[in-house]
Design a protein around this ligand. Sequence first.
Ligand code: MN
Length: 136
Amino acid sequence: MKIVRSSIKTVKGPQEWFTGDIYMDAVAAAPPPSRVSANMVHFMPGARTHWHRHSLGQTVFVTEGVGLCQRRGGPVEVIRPGDRVLFEADEEHWHGASPDRLMVHLAINEGDDIHDAVQWPTPVSDDEYPAAGSAE
Ligand code: MN
């Protein structure tokens, strides 16, 4: 058993991965043989991930606010607290806050020496991201 007290610093999401202001708290980072990592992620209004993929898929569970997500070729979906989203392995997608509301989700990823947890291709452009007032 290992208890980690509330001592891990909040990390600001790097601009290579995100647009806007994102703050991440590490929830789980188990050593091998576990492959699971989990982060509580706060997206400020308008902030979102880049388009990206997870080699082994990802589940996010929304805990606060109003968010958006989209898979490549699909519609932009509004997500709210209690909603759970499964992104399939290698499915290109993005997720983030709505234009006018912050969004908080728990993100659960898997990765190992062979499978990157995340691959981050390109930003979600302002043309792809809904305008303020359009996603409520
Ligand atoms: Mn993702």
